[in-house]
Design a protein around this ligand. Sequence first.
Ligand SMILES: [Zn+2]
Length: 67
Amino acid sequence: MASYDLVCDACGKEFEVYRQGFLKDEDRVCPECGSADVRQKFSSFLKNIGARSSGAGCAVPSGSPFG
Ligand SMILES: [Zn+2]
C-alpha cells in the first residue's frame, strides 16, 4: 500500500490517498471541494532523498584508471 500526498489547486486542501499501485483519475479529486484540480506533492519525497545525501557535494570515485 502506497500513500500519495496530494494538494488541491482550487482550495489548497492537502490530503493523502492510500492506494495499491498507481493513482487513478478518481483519486485525483479533492475531498473538500470536489475539484479535479489536484496535483501530487513531491516535496516530501524529495526531502527524504535530500536528507540521505548529506556531506560532500561531488563524488570522486577512488581508484580511477584515469587518475
Ligand atoms: Zn479543493
